[in-house]
Design a protein around this ligand. Structure first.
Ligand code: ACO
Length: 325
């Protein structure tokens, strides 16, 4: 049997050069390095300069992924951008990235699932490739969360940051239809709008102004651990796997304590957890591809490794995915 799989053939990233440490933040709001580190694991984050847009970060990450996959932009027929911080209401920011890359065929659109955005976008791209209408996709997570946090609210502004990551997803035949295949093997997406008031932005076209991010931190923490934990348990049991079968766990980088609690719940060896939250903070939809590319660059993730990703974001939206590198 030879079945079609969506295989990640390269990854890339881009971080704005401006590093803001916890000590820098402590000069602006009433906080300390000790508070931020002990509650979140975050030590520093990148913040885009004024005038630098989500499309700029996303374009740079996409170019890096194209180079690493050895794919020319002209071969791309699908661009999906996960972002909650688009350049403007419309057109989509993916369209701007498409133009920046000089691509004039296929289609480009945004997916909005906040911190779960990359997981959603990868699932949508996988399904479009599986349906046979598209061959090569760029899936990007890019965010400028510094534009939607209230820099006077110490409870939220210390958590979020800017950045972008991307992968090239190619439709390839030759899979055996088993978990030994390379490519996307399984995804589990969920949402439940009853929780929309726990994490949201209080602005937009239906309100006045862009608004600021609002969060019930303790509630988000509890839901994140339980919902992500359940999603992963389902992913493992649906595939007859245990956490020992996972080579690398690349979670959404919200908070080191959430990562530790989820890894403990699913009994995963902590050495298998890819952690970048200390240097990137929470870059929402960009955090998984940023972390993924980090582990590819330093040689941890190798061809044939089984990767587990997960996320929870505003909505709530959440889920998990298994793919073989
Ligand atoms: N510096 C110093 N003190 C602070 C800060 C700060 N930056 N922020 C809040 N405090 C104070 C509070 O005012 C409060 O003071 P009080 O006791 O005098 O009232 C005290 O610290 C404790 O505040 P809590 O909100 O109870 O702190 P908690 O221990 O819950 O930690 C945190 C807050 C880190 C936000 C935690 O709830 C958390 O990690 N939640 C998960 C949120 C998250 O990761 N969201 C990301 C988006 S969703 C996602 O990506 C999964």
């Amino acid at each position: 049997m030879s079945i079609l799989r969506s295989v990640i053939t390269g990854s890339g990233s881009y971080l704005p050069p401006n590093i803001v440490t916890n000590a820098d933040l402590a000069k602006k709001v009433d906080t300390t390095d000790e508070w931020i580190t002990s509650r979140t694991g975050i030590k520093e984050r990148r913040i885009a300069d004024e005038g630098v847009l989500t499309s700029d970060l996303g374009t740079a990450a996409a170019k890096d992924a194209l180079k690493n996959a050895n794919v020319d932009a002209s071969e791309i027929d699908l661009i999906i951008l996960a972002t909650a911080t688009p350049n403007r209401i419309f057109p989509s920011t993916a369209i701007t990235i498409q133009a920046n890359l000089g691509i004039t065929k296929g289609c480009a659109f945004d997916v909005q699932a906040v911190c779960s955005g990359f997981l959603y976008a990868l699932t949508v791209a996988d399904n479009m490739l599986q349906a046979g209408n598209f061959k090569k996709a760029i899936v990007i997570g890019a965010e400028t969360f510094s534009r939607i946090v209230d820099w006077e609210d110490r409870a939220t502004c210390v958590l979020f940051a800017d950045g972008a990551g991307a992968v090239i997803l190619e439709s390839q035949t030759g899979g055996e239809g088993t978990l030994a295949d390379r490519g996307v093997l399984y995804s589990h997406l969920r949402s439940d709008g009853r929780y929309e008031d726990m994490l949201y932005v209080d602005g937009g076209p239906g309100k006045s102004g862009t608004g600021f991010l609002k969060m019930a931190g303790k509630d988000v923490f509890k839901h994140a651990v339980s919902k992500i934990g359940s999603s992963i348990e389902q992913a493992l049991s649906d595939n007859g796997l245990t956490s020992d079968d996972i080579d690398w766990f690349v979670p959404h980088q919200a908070n080191k304590r959430i990562l530790d609690a989820v890894a403990k719940r699913i009994k995963l060896d902590e050495d298998k957890v890819v952690v970048t939250v200390h240097k990137h903070a929470n870059t929402s939809a960009a955090s998984i591809p940023l972390a993924l590319h980090d582990a590819v660059l330093d040689g941890r993730i190798k061809k044939g490794d089984l990767i587990l990703i997960e996320a929870l974001g505003g909505g709530f939206t959440w889920g998990s995915m298994l793919f073989r590198w």
